[in-house]
Ligand binder design. Structure first.
Ligand code: OAD
Length: 231
């Protein structure tokens, strides 16, 4: 039975209104990544960083899953083999679309992390610059998202899935950020078939066996239909 590992990026949530990072109006054209997505930025200005994620948390909570999120959940339900979804996205739109067991390698906006004791809890809508940890009481609460210079979550598990997969599919990601950008090479080294679904060709596009271009809400359901019919 064919095991499928799917990597998703901001492009899959773009049509839900979440915005991307590196496109023309992307987030990193509006704010400096160094200010809001590094531990050093947080140390310099915790108020600004918390405010940035408070805004994104509210926006993510208001967003609705789109046809691409729903299609991947349908694939999980109807595919004979295992379908593992690994996302770089910090929204919960895969889960809202019905997907299970999603691996959030860059963390989640709806989770808070204590930088002092490592405790995690459900993030309130608004986190303060000195957000108190409910476990240790220290004022070290931060968004449970992975910043540049930090290690993404659950990497061992992800590489194990890539080692036992038959197909690797990358959806809506620019392939600019490692380690996720290196998954296609890992898949190729493991002799796995690779497919890219994206609006435009990503940085590592030539590494994929096949690329299909178009908006996620069109090309992802079409690809899922194909697979489900074959099952
Ligand atoms: P990017 O903004 O780098 O890339 C988004 C990709 O989605 C681009 O390749 C677009 O062509 C594509 N895209 C845009 N709209 C689309 C649509 N409607 N349908 C399909 N594809 C579409 O976002 P990511 O690759 O997710 O990390 O960025 C990776 C990481 O960089 C993020 O997780 C974040 C960011 O800095 C951290 O903050 C640690």
């Amino acid at each position: 039975m064919e095991k499928i590992v799917i990597l998703t990026g901001a492009g899959i949530s773009a049509e839900s209104g979440m915005g991307t990072f590196r496109d023309k109006d992307g987030l990193w054209t509006q704010v400096r990544l160094e200010d809001v997505a590094t531990p050093e930025g947080f140390a310099r200005n915790p108020a600004m960083v918390q405010e940035f994620y408070n805004f994104r948390r509210v926006k993510a909570a208001e967003a609705k899953p789109n046809a691409a999120h729903v299609a991947l959940a349908r694939l999980q339900a109807h595919h004979a083999g295992e379908v593992v979804i690994v996302t770089q996205n910090v929204d919960a739109l895969h889960e809202a679309g019905g997907a299970a067991g999603v691996i959030h390698m860059h963390g989640r906006l709806d989770s808070a992390l204590c930088a002092g004791c490592g405790h995690r809890w459900h993030a309130p809508d608004t986190m303060a610059p000195d957000e108190a940890c409910p476990a240790c009481g220290g004022p070290f609460g931060r968004p449970d998202v992975v910043w540049f210079g930090e290690m993404p979550y659950r990497m061992g598990e992800i590489y194990d899935h890539l080692a036992s997969a038959d197909l690797f599919v990358s959806i809506g990601t620019s392939g600019e950020v490692y380690p996720a950008a290196g998954f296609v090479q890992e898949a190729r080294a493991n002799d796995i078939r690779t497919l890219e679904l994206n609006l435009e060709r990503s940085a590592g596009s030539r590494l994929f066996h096949e690329t299909r271009l178009g908006p996620a809400t069109e090309i992802v359901p079409a690809w899922v239909d194909e697979l489900v019919r074959r099952n």
